[in-house]
Ligand binder design. Sequence first.
Ligand code: SAM
Length: 245
Amino acid sequence: MNLWFFILLENPLSMDPNLWAEFAQNYDEKIYSVTRFSKNRDYLLERVPHGRILNLGTGPTPYLNQDLLSRGDKVVASDYCAGMLAEAQRLFTADGLNFVLSDARQETPWKGIFDGVVSINVILPETQDQVAKMLNYVYESLNVGGTFVGLFMSFEYINMLNNTPDFPADEELDFENLRVHDTTGWQCAQSKQSLSEHLEKAKFFNFNIETIHYDSPEELESFLSLYKVSLEKYPCEQHVAVARK
Ligand SMILES: C[S@@+](CC[C@H](N)C(=O)[O-])C[C@H]1O[C@@H](n2cnc3c(N)ncnc32)[C@H](O)[C@@H]1O
């Protein structure tokens, strides 16, 4: 695995859902998991409304679904990788939580029914056209007044690391399409500007783009033990879109 595989946080092998399957078991031991840390879940859930929630690209871990259920929400946890869903179900099931196989690059099976859609490091496909399709899926799934909370790879952060002389990152970046290349191929990141343009194009009524930092001692320790790299001087950050339909 090369360094970027790790630094890009749960970075995607987005073309073929089966490529995700190898990460389904012991996910936390292979990939930095944003939602394993309660401070990140608290941050996200403050922004997700109560009600019917779609956890798009749920992956195998139970943390976010458990917190949503404990708030009294009804949750649909979707993923396009059957292996991820199987592991998620093996680890945790409960009343009020339904798992559904669905590819967010296609048409949504839910039109206008969710109060909130949350997607944590999921909208990272191979092309920006596919990003637009996935955001359209999110938009169409929400009811009017519903809120999307999404985490996106930050192109600015990756570029900054790439240009940091004392940091061992040297990855090919596609500045025209805001993509990053690693052994699995091209993956879309976002700048604040490109994310704004995507959200506007998807017709969200209003939106903010915030920044989340993974800088607690526990998170820095997690990066170090998983990837053998210290991010103390350059704590990882991502873009958070909070957008209303
Ligand atoms: C990096 S994991 C993140 C899992 C989870 N959201 C988390 O933060 O722990 C990305 C997940 O998104 C799913 N995914 C990627 N592209 C998708 C798509 N087009 N439709 C649905 N799920 C997708 C993958 O199968 C994988 O489970």
